[in-house]
Design a protein. Structure first.
Lengths: 748, 306
């Protein structure tokens, strides 16, 4: 069984692409081999900055001959059909066989594919792989049409069996395959030949190239931690950086360097970010103080001075970088101390957040209003929440964040502390961006929560106002993330808050900017109704807010809208957003094992914009339905509901008139009356107290009486009086159950 | 290994000698204000079309926003780039480049030289390419790019472009910490001059003018004028009525594109261009660059049949 070794040697491959490229090489080649009829025992791919390599072991020496028969058109079929068949089958007309078939004479093509030698197949598959390689970005060079990530210089392709190693001949646009490669660019630039994987790997190592990325990473980590340990220090772990650095060197040489004392007072995150982003240095920390005191750089070179020149150069570059960082830090601190953090944020007036949603400064004003409004519901002092909101984006104007955008928020915290703000305010500067993803921590400090919610609600209502909702896979403004943020902030802090009202009021601050009297058409009637039910206080609060916005956005030449239209606008956006939040909530809860139909059953209930309440209800319902009583009650409910619905349809009336126990004949019927009364007496106060478990237990307890009722009683009795009374009784079952959750939404 | 160079100019002279020996035409700087060596028509326009090309030159470059009144050790509003463009890119371009480092005194066996991914894109030129920034002991000393597109055209063949930031590179080779202290000519010479002797005062003068005094109304007008003139030049019929020859004026038009680009940089330094406007201005310069590329590929130098 031959072994195959391939190496594609090129100019430096971007580190971030190497691992994926090695995997792709393995997949494309082995898939191609298998498709062509070869099998293999194992395969492994490798990458270094200048090469992708693949070893396939235990390859079959040739593919089996294949005979395939294809049924073609009938004899006498139009020429076109026959020619089409010939093309598809790749045979000539005279090679067709005529055979008898049930329906008459039919052409058959017999395609004989002889077995092929592994070398031929490998050559074909490799050339195809090279020409179609899925690099994230590829390029041409010189005057050829070939594309590769950077210029491809040589192809090593050998098959080895018991008789020895042979080059698999292939020629890709003038790059002819061979059995040779090169070592390290500077330390072993000469060409050498190899014959199989172990030989290849060993010779590479002699030529100062470590073939395996994980081995290079291991060498780096081991050496770095050893050197740090010798000084009583520790390397700050960073797997992403380790993988990247392992892709930047073929022969890792770890050097531990000094950071000038001048820079040790910088916040550790600044040191770390600056060193990592610009220089790919690891940070080395003093475990006693937590300070970053040294760095590790990984060179690709052994020198006679043991790296002294290299390290000196790196230290010099770092010093220049850190002087910049220090300069920014000191300037920022000076700014904060003279004009305060709010003053630092003054230039945000000129920074556009979105051309339809105004400047960052306008956005901050809106967030401030929202934060103040939300604060009491999350247990924060409104003044503190407003103060935090006013300064939470100020660091966007700092020199440090301009240089290192990834430090936004964190610098805000440092600068807020320097400016003498309360610690909870400073914390909110950093935490109000959270949670950024499904696994990111959710802030718990009330002021942070208030500002975080305010920030996300402004984002959602803003982009909803200008009709920039996410569609399909497109979500350029990360609105799904913002919605998930709202959901997690509310749920994980167990906040009880009517989100519709917040969204409605927040929409008011986008009125006028974007809204110039669109017609909400058929929705009008629904809105009239809803409008009438909105608390008048809420409407006037909305109007007041909208009024301010309209004034601030004058000059946009929008036709004036009436207050009534504005309110409709706000309601429409808020309603739509509540549905969006519900959709995201379903996705979120699905991951937590709560079915979407259970959530739907709860969304159908009043107060569904209190997400915490909604989830509490859904959890109680899920728990109830998981019990035997609950499951059977559901069936009983469905049966009652079906009979009732059919009767109502047939009779054209609604049986919601109170059933009368005096017409009850059967004991089971009487018992059900009593049970429903008892259940109602428990359910109503429990629902009032939002004690869903008690309510649902009471509901589930109806299972027995309902089952007994259906066993003993014929609903469609001959007596119209009895029938009507029983239907009304069913209606009472429905009413009682629906007061807990909309069980009609439950599937199964 | 050659002796270490002793001055800024010696490094430039060695690069000139090296690339001349490798067969490049040693051109002189373009006589207009540009932001980078790439803007020289010997790069931008000559990267287009099928004709082979090999040129190297120093290009004084201006970045008004980088002015620091001569105080910052590394930042200048006026600095030099060394630029090499070879079309088609030769297969040993990396080795040629490493040879040039050796020529200026960087011994590859003592340093850590690395090619680190860096994709190049010039929104104003409608150009992009793939390549690296070259690191020497952690410091970026050059940009190395294989041009893929210029002015919206696929580069066929592909040009290899090398750009050396001369001051930074020289400071490293000469072991100088502040650019103004770098010897410009041989420090042993009777009239030894530092970089500061030559440029400190101009850095101050231009920093002040760039940031505070440049007349923005005039500049805005210049921008419009350059844009209009570029358009007008390219709108002229290809056949010259006076000589009866086909003369497409790609280069004069491109001069106007360069001018517009530099005026935009000045306006940017004066802080009168908002974030949204910025994109619009870049788009307008790109449109000019695209038109000039369209014109150039119709000329003989651009590979059109004579």
């Amino acid at each position: 069984m031959p072994d195959l070794l391939i190496e594609l040697f090129s100019e430096e491959i971007p580190a971030r692409m190497q691992t994926r490229a090695a995997d792709d090489l393995k997949k494309l080649v082995t898939d191609g081999l298998v498709e062509a009829g070869l099998t293999y025992a194992g395969a492994a791919a490798f990458s270094t900055p200048r090469r992708l390599a693949l070893s396939v072991e235990g390859l079959t020496a040739e593919s089996k001959a294949v005979r395939e028969e294809r049924r073609g058109p009938k004899v006498g079929a139009p020429d076109q059909a026959i020619e089409g068949f010939l093309r598809g089958a790749g045979v000539a007309r005279e090679d067709l066989e005529v055979r008898d078939d049930k329906k008459g004479q039919v052409y058959f093509a017999v395609i004989e594919k002889p077995g092929r030698m592994a070398a031929d197949i490998v050559a074909e598959v490799l050339e195809k792989t090279i020409r179609n390689f899925p690099w994230p970005k590829s390029m041409r060079w010189g005057d050829g049409p070939l594309k590769w990530v950077r210029p491809l210089h040589s192809i090593l392709c050998i098959l080895r069996d018991d008789e020895g190693s042979d080059v698999v001949a292939l020629d890709v646009d003038g790059i002819v395959s061979g059995n040779t490669t090169r070592g390290h660019r500077f330390m072993a630039p000469d060409v050498f030949s190899v014959s199989f994987l172990d030989d290849y790997e060993a010779k590479l190592k002699r030529a100062h190239v470590v073939l395996r990325a994980e081995e290079r990473a291991e060498m780096i980590w081991h050496e770095a931690t050893n050197q740090a340990f010798a000084l009583g220090l520790e390397v700050v772990e960073d797997r992403g950086l380790l993988a990247e650095v392992a892709g930047l060197v073929e022969w890792p040489v770890v050097l531990l360097g000094q950071i000038d004392d001048d820079f040790l007072e910088l916040p550790p995150e600044v040191l770390q970010t600056s060193m990592k982003e610009h220089q790919k240095f690891f940070s080395v920390r003093n475990p006693k103080t937590g300070r970053i005191e040294r760095f590790v750089t990984v060179a690709n070179m052994e020198t006679v001075d043991q790296g002294a020149t290299i390290l000196a150069g790196n230290q010099k570059v770092l010093a220049a970088r850190l002087s910049d960082a220090k300069f920014f830090w000191e300037n920022d601190l000076r700014t904060v101390k003279t004009v305060g953090l709010e003053g630092m944020g003054a230039p945000l007036t000129d920074v556009t957040f979105h051309n339809k949603l105004g400047s960052q400064a306008e956005r901050i004003k809106r967030i401030e209003a929202r934060a103040r409004e939300i604060a009491p519901s999350v247990g924060a002092k409104p003044d503190l929440a407003a103060e935090a909101a006013r300064i939470c984006k100020s660091d966007l104007s700092s020199e440090m964040v301009y240089e290192f955008p990834e430090l936004q928020g964190l610098m805000g915290r440092y600068y807020a502390q320097a400016a003498g703000h309360d610690d909870v305010v400073a914390a909110a500067c950093e935490e109000h961006y959270s949670p950024l993803g499904p696994s990111d921590d959710v802030p718990t400090a009330p002021v942070s929560v208030a500002v975080a919610l305010a920030d996300k609600i402004d984002t959602l209502t803003g982009f909803w106002a200008i009709d920039e909702k996410p569609t399909g896979s497109k979500d350029p403004f990360a609105l799904r993330r913002a919605a998930l943020g709202v959901i997690r902030l509310v749920l994980e802090n167990r906040i009880s808050i009517g989100i519709f009202e917040k969204l409605f009021l927040a929409s008011a601050s986008h009125v006028g900017r974007v809204w110039g009297g669109e017609d909400f058409g058929q929705l009008n009637e629904a809105f009239e109704l809803l409008h009438a039910n909105l608390p008048s206080e809420l409407v006037s609060q909305f109007a007041e807010q909208a009024e301010k916005t309209v004034i601030s956005s004058r000059g946009l030449d929008k036709p004036a809208s009436t207050e009534r239209e504005d309110v409709k606008f706000g309601m429409s956006k808020a309603n739509d957003l509540v549905s969006f939040l519900h959709d995201r909530l379903k996705v979120f809860l699905k991951d937590k094992g709560i079915r979407h139909d259970i959530i739907d059953a709860c969304i159908a209930m009043p107060g569904n914009d209190d997400l915490t309440l909604l989830v509490k209800r859904a959890e109680a319902l899920a728990a109830t339905l998981a019990t035997d009583d609950g499951e059977n009650l559901l069936q009983g409910f469905k049966r009652a509901n079906n009979i009732l619905t059919q009767a109502e349809e047939k009779d054209g009336v609604e049986y919601s008139y109170g059933a009368d126990p005096k017409f009850a004949e059967e004991p089971a019927e009487k018992a059900l009356f009593a049970a429903l009364d008892a259940a109602d007496a428990k359910i109503a106060p429990a629902m009032e107290a939002e004690d869903f478990n008690t309510a649902m237990t009471a509901m589930a307890a109806l299972r027995g009486p309902i089952d007994a009722f259906f066993d003993a009683v014929q609903v469609n009795a001959d007596s119209q009086v009895l029938r009507r009374n029983r239907l009304n009784l069913l209606s009472q079952i429905r009413k009682t159950c629906l007061s807990v959750a909309d069980l009609t939404k439950i599937e199964g | 290994m050659a002796e270490k160079p002793r001055s800024f100019q010696e490094i430039i002279l060695r690069l000139q000698t090296y690339w001349a020996a490798k067969g490049c035409a040693i051109l002189q700087p373009y006589d207009m204000e540009v932001g980078a060596g790439t803007f020289h028509p010997a790069t931008t326009l000559r990267a287009l079309g099928s004709k082979p090309w090999a040129a190297a030159y120093v290009q004084p470059s201006r970045r008004p926003t980088d002015g620091r009144y001569g105080e910052n050790p590394n930042r200048l509003q006026h600095y030099y780039q060394y630029q090499v463009l070879i079309k088609p890119s030769p297969p040993d371009l990396q080795e040629l480049y490493l040879g040039s480092l050796e020529a200026i005194g960087i011994d590859a066996s003592m340093h850590d030289i690395r090619f680190v991914e860096d994709d190049w894109e010039s929104p104003t030129l409608g150009a992009w390419g793939l390549g690296w920034e070259v690191w020497c002991d952690g410091m970026e000393v050059s940009q190395f790019t294989y041009f893929q597109q210029v002015g919206g055209y696929d580069c066929k063949p592909v040009s290899g472009e090398l750009t050396y930031g001369l001051e930074r590179l020289a400071m490293y080779v000469l072991g100088v910490d502040h650019v103004m202290e770098m010897p410009f000519n041989d420090p042993q010479t009777p009239i030894a001059l530092t970089y500061g002797d030559v440029f400190k005062q101009t850095e101050q003068e231009y920093s002040r003018w760039n940031f505070d005094l440049a007349d923005t109304d005039v500049l805005l007008q210049h921008f419009k004028d350059a844009e209009a003139e570029c358009q007008r030049i390219l709108d002229a019929p290809a056949e010259d009525p006076k000589t009866g020859q086909k003369i497409i004026m790609a280069h004069p038009a491109y001069d106007q594109c360069i001018k517009a680009s530099h005026v935009f940089n000045l306006l940017d330094a004066r802080g009168v261009i908002s974030v949204t406007e910025r994109q619009a201005y870049i788009g307008r310069v790109r449109a000019l660059a695209k038109m000039c590329a369209d014109a150039f590929v119709q000329t003989e130098a651009g590979g059109a049949a004579a």
